[in-house]
Design a protein around this ligand. Sequence first.
Ligand code: AVJ
Length: 331
Amino acid sequence: MATAGPQIEIEVRLAADGGERMRDDVRAGLSAEPKELAPKYFYDERGSQLFERITELPEYYPTRAERAILDSRSGEIVAGAGEPRTLVELGSGSAAKTRHLLDAMRDAGCLRTYVPVDISAEITHETAESLVGEYPGLAVRGLVCDFEHDLERIPGGEGGRLVAFLGGTIGNLYPEARHEFLCRIAGLLGSEDRLLLGTDLVKETARLEAAYDDSLGVTAKFNKNVLRVLNRELGADFDLDAFEHVARYDAEQARMDIRLRSLAAQTIRVEALAMSVDFAAGEEMRTEISSKFTRRRLELAYAEAGLEMSGWFTDPAGDYALSLAAPYSSQ
Ligand code: AVJ
């Protein structure tokens, strides 16, 4: 436990074997048929910067839509969540969007504690420092961990918690993993606690595909960045110019399917895995899925996990939704 001041406590729970996890993941993904890499490996410093640029692209509407909802409806969300004292945020980062919720909680007089949960210790410390300055009396109880694995370590709180998972990141999970994740969230929530979940919504294929294949090519760079990460972290020798970005909407699965296509037959050496990997010309390797929801499908996913939707907030265009969910027992 590292204490950085009376109002700030940040617990670091980073697995010492993070490198081993990555090696196991990548070995399995490159051996699979078809090949696949996990989207979490996009986000080194450069990848995070590229994602920031994506959120500013004209074609990429989700971030703006979510911000618009938080901007105009945080008061209603906080009231709908029963005026919680604690805001837990999964994947908090710089907490840019969080301030709308914190403002609404302060204005309602319920704000006591903010619990940022993020993989980056540096960003979590910085965010904690600035927030205690901005919200007098706020206690920050941060948790630095991979919340996919360490969800259960999130501290409890009196007076209700609002557990926010924003940005639409749940869309990266396959249905089984999503179900498991929602079940674990459900297990975490007491009867007064609520989940606030950001989800992108189903819409015309052309808009979805444009959002993931922008005209400036930023998303293509972001996608290929995972190859750079593997080159640096695992001593691989991917040539980024030998792959192209592919982003297709799979209407049946209601998800964007994002891949890298090998432009030629080639063999890649991955030194840290003592592995050589063959790619055929035109072979595609999936790097991400981004699931799109409807209200009904989300209600169903909640129900299957023991949760009940208790609030639904969209932007005026109906592109994106924030929903509140409660554990069944509390209804
Ligand atoms: C951060 C997972 C929400 O799926 O829209 C954006 C990531 N990938 N463009 C998304 C992403 C390509 C983004 N999430």
